[in-house]
Ligand binder design. Structure first.
Ligand code: SIN
Length: 170
């Protein structure tokens, strides 16, 4: 039997919910941190001028906050297409705030061996790159600012994301 599955969103999946879900829950995963290290050819940039979007890097005791959605199996077709530019599904424990339990959940992670990976750079360089990038889903700056705002609404402070927000707003 194919079952409903939790998917944990840590980037645009937090604030751009263009898919049906059965349940939504604020949640977190342990041992991962966000970084604007993934290239975007199809949403916030183009193949010739990729934008920068978030992926996750393994990081000891770090806690990454986001939103978990319980979805029907057929919704993966849409999500796999949306996240096709270098992201792969991984299953990790996802802690659901309200119920206080860990469930198995899927995350979309772009590893450093994918074709669109851009990797680390100084924060000022990341901010400059984001500020000049645009793609079919809109400006790269909007992606960053909407993520920063969505994290604030979750009561989260992400040093990487909010430092970039400050550089782009300043
Ligand atoms: C996610 O939001 O969980 C994956 C990265 C993105 O689509 O921004």
């Amino acid at each position: 039997m194919v079952e409903q599955t939790w998917v944990f969103g840590y980037g645009s999946l937090i604030y751009k919910v263009d898919f049906p879900y059965v349940e939504r829950a604020t949640a977190s995963i342990r041992g991962w941190e966000r970084r604007f290290w993934q290239g975007s050819h199809d949403h916030r940039g183009t193949p010739c001028a990729p934008g920068r979007v978030v992926t996750l890097i393994p990081s000891g005791a770090a806690v990454c906050r986001g939103v978990a959605y319980l979805i029907e199996p057929e919704v993966f077709e849409h999500l796999d297409h949306r996240e096709k530019n270098g992201y792969e599904r991984h299953t990790v424990p996802v802690f659901l705030d309200d119920s206080g339990v860990d469930v198995h959940g899927v995350i979309y992670v772009a590893r450093e061996d994918n074709h669109a990976y851009l990797g680390p750079a100084e924060l000022t360089e990341l901010a400059a790159h984001i500020s000049r990038s645009h793609g079919p889903s809109g400006s790269n700056t909007d992606y960053l600012l909407q993520l920063a705002e969505a994290l604030r609404e979750l009561g989260d402070y992400d040093p990487h994301v909010h430092a970039l927000e400050a550089l782009l707003s300043g």
